[in-house]
Each structure stands twice: as structure tokens, then as C-alpha cells.
Ligand binder design. Structure first.
Ligand code: NAD
Ligand code: TDX
Length: 343
């Protein structure tokens, strides 16, 4: 196997992928390149810290010089790019860093591939670039109609990948995954936010009427799809990665409360997220044809995820201390449901 640069490898999906690769490929050298924003967390990688095949570099993908230096120093052959600002609510409050990392940073990586003739980059993107899908499911050739500064930035990164492939022949494969869940997800995203709030008997702030639909993909199924694309994807191609587990947010919340033995009264309907996409839905036929299928049953994976957050308070309590418990809308803008007190 080869030397791979995993950008954003200290975040949720990236760190799951680092563990996956080190376990599956004994001959692989993994270099994690991560800025350690609020979402990047070395706790996610502490159990591989002593593995001689693993190296960590704290740096920004927008820093051309450092990106190129690390590629040379570690004789990198491919990149899997997870690095991004990722939370829709934060992108509504402060779009600038999203544009910087998700568009400009992607361009820096593409330039480096060009400069050093790397074998491939897998660019990990999202179903949100298609915008809201009222009926049917998105295919890879559909128009991009992003609704939030986050999804617009991700769409910009995707288009830059395509342009670099068409113009310079840069070998890049784009994946567009649906909503992920699993261990190590930052507790601002709905599943870990609601699990950790429920564990502490705090309200679960459900946006709008709770009828928005998301398709839930277990993180290890996503890692397997990315691995397949890394090895066998076709350069210049885009692959949807969905699980066909569509649920309204209310259905998801009720399911979580039932699994956890918590009362429905914890649900707190709050004002809607501005520009909130009603539904995402992916047609994943193209990646199925290459042999990928999600292997995890949704409910079993959700039970396992609840168990992980229940057993790993050490991981999330310190994140939530001094952090928020979710957002609600006021006349002055979006505010945290419970302000961090530092206690
Ligand atoms: P995350 O927010 O948990 O992690 C992002 C990581 O990127 C963090 O470790 C952060 O420190 C790092 N990072 C941010 N800006 C950086 C920069 N400028 N330079 C270097 N590192 C930087 O995100 P995630 O949920 O693990 O998502 C990973 C990728 O997968 C993202 O590109 C996201 O768009 C995509 N994606 C996520 C989901 C999902 O449901 N979470 C679904 C589909 C696609
Ligand atoms: O407090 C909340 N209440 C609520 O009702 C939060 C945080 C969310 N929601 C709703 C909004 C969405 O309809 O739950 C749904 C999921 O919300 P998020 O977890 O914020 O995810 P989403 O906006 O769908 O985007 C996610 O999936 C695609 C990730 O954050 C992206 O990084 C990924 O690309």
C-alpha cells in the first residue's frame, strides 16, 4: 500500500477513516494533516498515537507551502480530503471560513497533486450540494442548487475538483455522502446533540415542524465507500453515497428517546433554521455498481451510537462545557439554548 495524507483526519469521519485504514492496511503510512479547529480533536486519535505508521501535522490546508512540504517530506502518494468547516448553523453565522477552507483549501490540495503528480485525491463531499429534493432522488449529473453558505462552499470545492480534472487531468474522485452518524461526532450535529442532551435530561431543540427528511449513513459504511473510491474509483467521476434510510427529524428524535427510555416531553420545537433544506435523497446506483452497499442496519448502528455516547462522557462533556446545547432564533439572531457557563 501507500503513503496517504488524510486532511481533516482529527474530525469525526476523518478519524474513523484513519482507524479504518490502519486496521485494514498494515503497510500503509498515514499522515493526518489537520488545523485542529474547534471540531478537530486529538482525543479521536489518541489510541493510534504510538503507531509508527501514523504521523500528525497540525496545519491549514490553505497553507500552500506547508501542504507541499509535508507531501515531499512524507513521500505522499495520495490524499483523502475530509478537511472542511462542516456545520450548517455555523455557516449561517460566519460564512467566511467556510469559503476559505472548503473552496480555497481544496484548490491548494489540487495544485499540490498537480505539482507532485500524486496518484489520486478522494474529495469527500456531501448530498447538500444538490439542495432540497422534494421528490425523487439526486443523481450525480443533477444541477447543484446549494442553500446554505456551507453547501455552497462544498459545491465550490466540488466544481474546482472537476475543473482541475478537465483542465489539467488531475486525478480526483468526488464522493457525495448523506448525513453521517456514529462515534466521535461533534455534539453540534443533531444525533450527538440530541443523545447528549437527553442523557442529561436537557431539551432537544427540534427545528420548525420536525418534518425535514435526512438519509442516515453509518460512518463505517461511509469509510468503506471512501476506501473503495480511493482504490478503485474512476478519476473525474462523482459518486453518491447514500443509505436509503430516510427519516423525518421528528421520527428520528422519537426513535432516540424511545431507545434511551427518555420522555417525549424533552422535545422542544424551536424556530426553524433559515434556508433549511426540506429533504435530501440520493440515488446511489453508480457506487452500487462498483460493489459498495451499506452493511450496517440503521437501528442497530443507532443503538451502538447511543451506547458509545453513554459510555464516553469523558469525550463529550469537556466539549460541551463552555459550549452550547443547540440554537434557537431570537429577534437578535440565533442564540444558544443553554449558554456555556464553563461549569
Ligand atoms: P468535522 O467538522 O467533524 O471535521 C472536520 C475536520 O477538518 C476537523 O478535524 C477540523 O479541524 C479540520 N479542518 C477544518 N478546517 C481545516 C483547515 N483549513 N485545514 C486543515 N484542517 C481543517 O467534519 P466531518 O463531519 O467529519 O466531515 C468531514 C468531511 O465529510 C467534510 O468535508 C464534510 O463536508 C463531509 N461530509 C460530512 C457529512 C456528515 O454528515 N458529517 C456527510 C457528508 C459529507
Ligand atoms: O439542534 C438541531 N435541531 C434540528 O432540528 C440541529 C443541530 C439540527 N436539527 C435538524 C436540522 C436538519 O434537518 O436536524 C437535521 C440534521 O441537522 P445537522 O446535524 O445540523 O445536519 P445537516 O444540516 O443535515 O448537515 C449534515 O449533513 C451533511 C452535516 O452537518 C454536514 O456536514 C453534511 O455535509
Amino acid at each position: 500500500m501507500e503513503n496517504v495524507l488524510i486532511t481533516g483526519g482529527a474530525g469525526f469521519i476523518g478519524s474513523n477513516f484513519v482507524h479504518y485504514v490502519l486496521a485494514k492496511y498494515p503497510d500503509c503510512k498515514v499522515v493526518v494533516f489537520d488545523k485542529l479547529t474547534y471540531a478537530g480533536n486529538l482525543d479521536n486519535l489518541q489510541d493510534v498515537a504510538d503507531d509508527p505508521r501514523y504521523h500528525f501535522v497540525r496545519a491549514d490546508i490553505c497553507d500552500t507551502e506547508l501542504v507541499q512540504q509535508v507531501i515531499q517530506e512524507h513521500e505522499i502518494q495520495s490524499i483523502v480530503n475530509f478537511a472542511a468547516d462542516t456545520h450548517v448553523d455555523r455557516s449561517i453565522l460566519e460564512p467566511g471560513s467556510f469559503i476559505q477552507t472548503d473552496v480555497y483549501g481544496t484548490h491548494v490540495l489540487l495544485e499540490a497533486i498537480r505539482e507532485f503528480g500524486l496518484r489520486r485525491m478522494v474529495h469527500v463531499s456531501t448530498d447538500e450540494v444538490y439542495g432540497s429534493v422534494v421528490e425523487g432522488s439526486s443523481v450525480e449529473t443533477d444541477n447543484l442548487l446549494p442553500s446554505s453558505p456551507y453547501s455552497a462552499s462544498k459545491a465550490g470545492g466540488d466544481l474546482m475538483c472537476r475543473a482541475y480534472h478537465v483542465t489539467y487531468g488531475v486525478p480526483v474522485v468526488i464522493t457525495r455522502g448523506s448525513n453521517n452518524f456514529g462515534p466521535h461526532q461533534y455534539p453540534e450535529k443533531v444525533i450527538p446533540l440530541f443523545i447528549t442532551n437527553a442523557l442529561d435530561d436537557k431539551p432537544l431543540p427540534l427545528y420548525g415542524d420536525g418534518q425535514n427528511v435526512r438519509d442516515w449513513l453509518y460512518v463505517l459504511d461511509h469509510c468503506e465507500a471512501i476506501d473503495l473510491m480511493w482504490r478503485e474509483g474512476w478519476d473525474g467521476e462523482i459518486y453518491n453515497v447514500g443509505s436509503d434510510d430516510e427519516l423525518t427529524n421528528l421520527e428520528l428524535t422519537e426513535m432516540l428517546l424511545e431507545l434511551m427510555g427518555k420522555p417525549r416531553s424533552l422535545i422542544q420545537f424551536v424556530e426553524d433554521r433559515p434556508g433549511h433544506d426540506r429533504r435530501y435523497s440520493l440515488d446511489s446506483t453508480k457506487i452500487h455498481q462498483l460493489g459498495w452497499q451499506p452493511r450496517h442496519d440503521f437501528e442497530e448502528a443507532l443503538v451502538g451510537t447511543v451506547r458509545w455516547y453513554t459510555e464516553n462522557r469523558w469525550w463529550w462533556e469537556k466539549i460541551k462545557r463552555g459550549e452550547y446545547e443547540g440554537y434557537y432564533q431570537t429577534q437578535y439572531g440565533r442564540r444558544p439554548v443553554v449558554s456555556g457557563s464553563g461549569n
